[in-house]
Every structure is written in structure tokens, then in C-alpha cells.
Design a protein around this ligand. Structure first.
Ligand SMILES: CC(C)(COP(=O)(O)OP(=O)(O)OC[C@H]1O[C@@H](n2cnc3c(N)ncnc32)[C@H](O)[C@@H]1OP(=O)(O)O)[C@@H](O)C(=O)NCCC(=O)NCCS
Length: 226
């Protein structure tokens, strides 16, 4: 099975909207990304509904997940429970390392750098979204192994004794993570819209797919007890 996570840039002029309007707009742009992912997957999504903890409910038998940050949004539609997250790599307070992972986990990734931090953070959010828990489950979600840091790689995590395989892509100082387990991932990243150009019509007219070289393309992986 191939899954098509979509990353869309947020148009420049939209960066300066007041925060409430911006949140609504980012959520809307994320749904445009979701439409593109559904289109690539060949499915039609109906009305998007949420359940407990604000977690997305399956729609016409398909699972979906979105993430929206000031400069980019990400979204994916799949046949299996899924989670996606995108974050900009920007230094925070050092104290956040202890909140997100243990010393043992940081050693697995090669140490406490901001690149590794955002790989771990987005990977854990992707898993916790897929299980519908959100950040409340952070302490129980652990990194088990990672591929060497590169523009594209895999990371294995466990949550409640179940193992999850997440694929990650570094793009324009952002890290995106999507839960893939046994699927093959084809990232879709349309070209950046011209500054000041409205996003909606542009995105649906010219989706250009990019397929980055993969470390693990076609790898078969079965979620297992860990
Ligand atoms: C889900 C959560 C991890 C989102 O992280 P974030 O980095 O702030 O936001 P992102 O942009 O990456 O993701 C937002 C999307 O996550 C999805 N989402 C929200 N809660 C979710 C959950 N429990 N499980 C899965 N997905 C969830 C929504 O679709 C949301 O987008 P939408 O509102 O436009 O539909 C975080 O908000 C969370 O832990 N929520 C759980 C509820 C909770 O514990 N609330 C505590 C309030 S004090």
C-alpha cells in the first residue's frame, strides 16, 4: 500500500493575520492538503468528524490526520489508523528535552540536538495522534530505534507495548513525520505559491508530486508487540 502525505506551504501574506483568524485559516489549508491526499489515494472523503479528545474519526472507511504550523501544513488519508505532524526546527528552552524523551532515547539518536529533538517530537505526535490520545500519552511513547539523521529516514517507536514505524522528511527547516507501518510513503510537496497569492485555487490546480530518494522504500514492516 502506498500512502500520500501532502505538505503545503502557507502563503506569505497569511503569516500576518491575527492569531484566531490564522488558526482557522491554517485548519482550512490543512483540509486542502487532505483533499489532495484523498485525490492521490483515489478516495472521496465526506464530512470530517471528530470524536473523543478532538481525535479525527474515520470518514467513509478512511483514516485522516492533519497538522498545521505557521509556514506549512501537512495531511494524510489512509486505510489504517494514521497520524501526521510537522514542526519547524527552532531552538526552545533546553528543559523541553527531558519532557519529550529519556536520556536513553536521546543517546539512540546521537544526542540532544534540535534536529533530533524535532525528529522525536514529530514522531511521537504522529503515533499519539494515530492512537487518538494526543500529548497526554507522551510519557508512554518511546523511541526504540532511528535511522541516521538525514533528509529522509525512519524511526521506530513503542506505545503501550505496540511498535510503530514512522517515516520522516526534512524540508525547508521543518521535520514532518507520518505513521506508515507496512506502507510505502510518497510525499507530495507542491511548489511554493508566489508571495501573496491565495492558496486555495492554486493548490488544487497544480499539484506537483515530488518523490525524495527513500532510505527504506518498499520496506515491509508489521506492527508488533515490543
Ligand atoms: C493532538 C495534539 C497532539 C495536536 O498537536 P499540535 O502540534 O498542537 O497541533 P497540530 O497542528 O500538529 O495538529 C492539530 C490537529 O490534530 C488533530 N487532533 C486533535 N486532537 C487529536 C487527538 N486527540 N488525536 C488525534 N488527532 C488529534 C486535529 O485534527 C487537529 O487539527 P484540526 O483542529 O484542524 O482538525 C495536541 O493538541 C493534543 O495533545 N491534544 C489532545 C487533547 C488534549 O490532551 N488536550 C489537552 C488540553 S489542556
Amino acid at each position: 500500500m502506498v500512502i500520500y502525505p501532502v505538505i503545503l506551504p502557507v502563503a506569505e501574506y497569511e503569516h500576518h493575520l491575527p492569531s484566531r483568524e490564522k488558526a482557522i485559516l491554517l485548519s482550512r489549508v490543512a483540509r486542502q492538503a487532505l483533499d489532495l491526499s484523498a485525490q492521490k489515494t483515489g478516495v472521496t472523503l465526506g464530512e470530517l468528524c471528530k470524536g473523543e479528545n478532538d481525535a479525527p474519526l474515520p470518514c467513509n472507511g478512511h483514516y485522516w490526520s492533519v497538522s498545521h504550523k505557521p509556514r506549512y501544513v501537512a495531511a494524510v488519508v489512509t486505510q489504517d489508523p494514521v497520524g501526521i505532524d510537522i514542526e519547524e526546527v527552532t531552538p526552545r528552552s533546553e528543559s523541553i528535552f527531558a519532557y519529550v524523551a529519556s536520556d536513553e532515547e536521546w543517546q539512540l539518536g546521537g544526542g540532544k540536538t534540535w534536529d533530533v529533538f524535532f525528529r522525536y517530537w514529530t514522531a511521537k505526535e504522529a503515533v499519539l495522534k494515530a492512537v487518538g490520545i494526543g500529548l497526554g500519552g507522551l510519557k508512554k511513547c518511546r523511541v526504540v530505534s532511528t535511522s541516521p539523521v538525514s533528509d529522509r529516514g525512519d524511526i521506530v517507536l513503542s506505545y503501550e507495548r505496540v511498535t510503530f514505524l514512522v517515516e520522516q522528511l526534512c524540508y525547508d527547516n521543518h521535520v514532518a513525520s507520518v505513521l506508515k507501518n507496512s506502507a510505502t510513503v510518497q510525499w507530495i510537496i507542491p511548489e511554493t505559491p508566489p508571495a501573496g497569492k491565495a492558496a486555495s485555487p492554486w493548490y488544487s490546480r497544480t499539484p506537483a508530486s515530488t518523490q525524495s530518494p527513500s532510505l527504506t522504500h518498499g520496506q515491509s514492516y508489521t506492527p508488533s508487540e515490543h
